[in-house]
Ligand binder design. Sequence first.
Ligand code: URA
Length: 434
Amino acid sequence: MNILEIIEKKRDKKELTKQEIEFFIKGYIKEEITDYQASALIMAIFINGMTKEETTNLSLSMANSGEILDLSKLNKTIVDKHSTGGVGDKVSICLLPLVASLGVPVAKMSGRGLGFTGGTVDKMQSIPGYQTEININTFLENVEKIGISMISQTMDLAPADKKLYALRDSISCVESLPLISSSIMSKKIANGADKIVLDVTVGKGAFMKKIEEARQLARQMIEIGKLANKETVCILTNMDEPLGYAVGNNLEVIEAIEFLKGNMPNDVKEVVLELGAYMLKLAKLGDNIEENKEKMLKNIYNGKALKKLKEMIQNQSGDVTYIEDTSKFEKAKYIREVKSTKNGYIQEINAESVGRLACSLGAGRIRKEDNIDNSVGIILNKKVSEQVKKDDILAYIYSNNQDKSKEVEDKLQDIILIEDKEIKRLSSVIEIIK
Ligand code: URA
């Protein structure tokens, strides 16, 4: 067997065997297969797709490329959460301390930004001192001690995914059903969780633009979960406009802190409550979804969820005074207002375009070695369906470069579509697939 034959086979739309997929993954990890060969194969998979069997075999090979974490010593049902990615997606930061405050043990490994989407690890690192790179033993000790730890995906678990994730990002091969499902499920299998709740985003700012594609992705991940003996629930959520108001690292962390203080944007609230209610159910802490949502709201209003976030941050060496006083977060030098040029109703705010603009301000990476500027981004002041008048502020641009912020302002004017006709706000939770 050799890699050229494998690339040729996929290039010619043929099905790869389990052995060929394993050969590729093992060879790539050992650096016997080069980045350019892996790029060719990944592009061929991106273009020609994979069968369900190939996708399952790719997930299992990637999961087995490193350690498989044993969480059984925690002696609890561990429910993990993952999102297929979005813009303004601060759900993990709101949701995980919240469910942890209700007794769901949280052992969460997150990723960095990918393509035009943000990553939870980048966001958490905007909290001064907060450690995301900690070893597995400390990670497990944290979960045992305080019931929650959120860290960066370590190289010990599913290292093949970590390498391929960065490669896909650098060769424009992210938006692929087999590649996304195997990337997510390999990590979830390696992370050792018993059950999984997945936020499958759909729309202009998601990798899956159409609902049918998102359903297929959900079904594929559920099937892989079944084979790995992990019950998986997928919540399809709308990602046409950015989630919440803030897009950019510390801006999103501040919005998440505000969320846990009870200031919840409608769309973030709907998504967080739905995902959390299923996490509680799978953790056997409540069968009734509506009652679970009530319990979650209670822990927001009584301050227990925010307290759990602080506990986690302190436990991982972060400076909790930033949570108590969010004005301490580093601020961008310039804040530019984007004003409406007419009266009407907001019809659309394309999330992918907003994500790309935030990246261009420095909130994301164009190349994988790029540094992130935590302070920059965009805060929307209006959301889809809202009525606006001429000169109303539509958004604020946080930037450290005045010329750049002017450029972004001009583009945002085109992205925020305003027309005379009234439109209805749609629910952010589209459907549940089990
Ligand atoms: N999230 C992942 O972990 N992997 C992907 O490929 C996309 C989103």
